[in-house]
Design a protein around this ligand. Structure first.
Ligand SMILES: [Zn+2]
Length: 101
């Protein structure tokens, strides 16, 4: 006759390991998926100070809301262009989400 005896300490360790595996594995799987799919594309909205022209281009590091573009002029009136807003687009959901406004 085999006597199987597990004390409380061993049982707790086994439970802990099971819980650890159960929580870590789904995180690893979904984390990898997030990395691939949920990376948003960031766009910068440029507007003329006279509000007669606006365009959207890809975000360039250094862009911030309110920044005056020194190298660009409004094609309509020749005034200064500034960054009106920066937003991200999630390609999966096609959802516009304002980041800084
Ligand atoms: Zn203008």
């Amino acid at each position: 006759m085999i006597l199987l005896q597990i004390d409380v300490g061993t049982l707790l360790i086994i439970l802990l390991i099971i819980m650890l595996i159960a929580t870590v594995i789904p995180n690893l799987l979904s984390g990898e998926e997030k990395e691939k799919n949920v990376r948003p594309k960031i766009f910068t909205e440029i507007s003329c100070v006279n509000n007669d022209y606006s365009e959207t281009r890809e975000y360039v590091p250094g862009d911030y809301v309110g920044k005056i573009l020194q190298d660009r002029k409004c094609p309509k009136c020749g005034s200064q262009l500034y960054i009106k807003g920066i937003y991200s687009v999630y390609p999966e959901e096609r959802k516009k989400e304002s980041v800084f406004t």
